[in-house]
Structure formats: C-alpha cells, structure tokens
Design a protein around this ligand. Structure first.
Ligand SMILES: NC(=O)c1ccc[n+]([C@@H]2O[C@H](COP(=O)([O-])OP(=O)(O)OC[C@H]3O[C@@H](n4cnc5c(N)ncnc54)[C@H](O)[C@@H]3O)[C@@H](O)[C@H]2O)c1
Length: 245
C-alpha cells in the first residue's frame, strides 16, 4: 500500500476517533505521519511509525512550534488534516458566550491557524493537500444530525467556508483544499450520548449499522491526500450512510 509514499502528513486530533483512523490509514499507505493532539493516548501502540507532537490547535504559538519542528526535520509538509474538535449539543438559548467562543476557537479558528502556518511551506513546494473534517452540522445547522448544537454548527459552517475560500485562493499554487462531512461516526466524541444517538440514527441513517467507523472517513481522506485527487479542490465529500437531511 503506497498511495501516500514519500509524503509528510500532519494530522490534528490524531490520538482518538477519526483522527486516529486517519493516522493509521495514512501510515499504512506509506506516509510519514506527525500525529498531533493534546495528549499522546496510545498512539505508540496504535500507530508505532507515527511521531507524536503536542499541539493545542487553538494556540497560534503551538502551531508555530510544531510546524517549525516538522519543517526542520522533514523540510516539507505535503498533507495537513484539520480534524481535532470538540462537541456539545447546546441549543441557542442554552449556549453561554464562553462556551460559544471555546467551540469557535477549537473547531474553527484552529483551521485558520493551521492553514496560515502550513500554506507558506506548501506554496514554496508548489504542492499540498489540506483536508478539513467538517460535519453534516455545517449543511443542516442541526436537522437530521440531531445531536448538534448552535456553537458546533456555527463553527463547522465556518470551516466549510474557510475550505472553499482557501481552495479558490491557493489553487494557483497547486495546493488543494477539500472537506469531508462525516455523518454519525462511532468515536468517543459523543460521550454518554453515543447510545441514544445510535438509537435515533435508525430513522435517519438508512445504511446499516446506522453509524460509521473512523476507517470510513479515513478512506476518503486517503483519496484527498493522494495524487489520485490531483485535479480535485474545493470538494465536499459527504460520508454519512445516506443520512436524511
Ligand atoms: N464522530 C462523529 O460522529 C463526527 C461527525 C461529524 C464530524 N466529526 C468531526 O470529526 C472530528 C474528530 O472527531 P471524533 O469523532 O474523532 O472525536 P474524538 O473525541 O474521538 O477525537 C477528537 C480529538 O480531538 C482532540 N482535541 C480536542 N480539542 C483539542 C485541541 N484544542 N487541540 C488539539 N486536539 C484537540 C481530542 O483530544 C481528541 O483526540 C471533529 O472535528 C468532529 O467535529 C465527528
């Protein structure tokens, strides 16, 4: 499996759920993976070839340090996956300003910061693939993705727009920027709500088992990361089991 041979990939939120699935699959496909997150988790056992670096995606200083270290070591970054995120389902009247801002910092401003630090290196190489992990919440506000709240939907909507903006702006530099919109995927992000959400999914996610696994998103990410998608940018790949929206 060599679809990502000789590529240097930075993945955020890479020690759990979808990010871990992406890190694993990228590594299997031959990429050198820099797995970033707040904590290393079991990354050493799960993806032994990956290098862990601590990165709080909402910190500009952290981004600067991590990108500097990766460039010093590898001279380039070919792939950036903006995946790290948090979730809470509060509706508009229940959401405090602090929580709203925390969500925007972690799920949206983070993507701006990551692209801002990494794009200049991709421009230098005239090559790069950025993959932003969005959500059905960006398309529906909540809708069929019933568990989503105000701040989460707003943040994911911002990431959708940032993806399109960057895709348009950096195509001339041969930098591709694409988005994946996962439907319900079985990961720790939903916490105790996972059980209820799975039950609800029977009505709204037609394809059994009515939720996806991280590997389902990872397969899409490999396509966007590889040269197979060299003529694809600004694309919005929905991987959601046919969710009713
Ligand atoms: N699981 C789903 O159903 C689903 C659906 C749509 C979109 N998504 C999106 O997929 C992405 C991954 O979610 P997941 O389901 O794998 O959740 P998860 O909780 O399993 O993983 C999220 C990871 O992000 C990390 N993280 C949180 N805050 C961070 C910060 N400030 N800096 C760095 N890392 C941070 C966590 O430590 C964790 O490892 C998120 O952006 C989420 O919004 C998930």
């Amino acid at each position: 499996m060599t679809r990502l041979q000789n590529k240097i990939a930075v993945v955020t939120g890479a020690t759990s759920g979808i990010g871990l699935g992406i890190a694993k699959q990228f590594s299997k496909e031959g990429a050198t993976v820099i797995a970033t997150d707040l904590q290393p988790g079991n990354i050493d056992e799960e993806v032994p070839e990956a290098t862990f670096m601590r990165l709080d995606v909402s910190s500009e200083e952290d981004w600067k340090q991590v990108v500097k270290s990766v460039i010093e070591e590898h001279q380039t970054i070919d792939i950036l996956v903006n995946n790290a995120g948090i979730h809470f389902p509060d509706k508009l009247l229940e959401t405090s300003l602090d929580d709203y801002n925390r969500m925007m910092d972690t799920n949206a401003t983070s993507v701006f910061l990551g692209m801002k630090e990494v794009v200049p290196h991709m421009q230098r190489n005239e090559n790069g693939s950025i993959i932003n992990i969005v959500s059905l919440a960006a398309l529906t506000g909540s809708g069929a993705a019933r568990g989503n709240g105000t701040a989460y939907s707003a943040a994911k909507g911002a990431v959708r727009a940032l993806t399109n903006h960057a895709a348009n702006h950096f195509a001339k530099d041969r930098i591709r920027v694409n988005a994946i919109f996962p439907g319900p995927i079985k990961t720790p992000i939903m916490g105790e709500r996972q059980h209820t959400i799975e039950e609800n999914n029977r009505d709204v996610v037609p394809l059994p088992p009515h939720h996806g696994e991280p590997i389902d998103i990872a397969h899409g990410a490999v396509y966007f990361a590889s040269d197979e998608s060299r003529f694809v940018t600004g694309d919005e790949l929905v991987i959601d089991g046919g969710s009713v929206r």
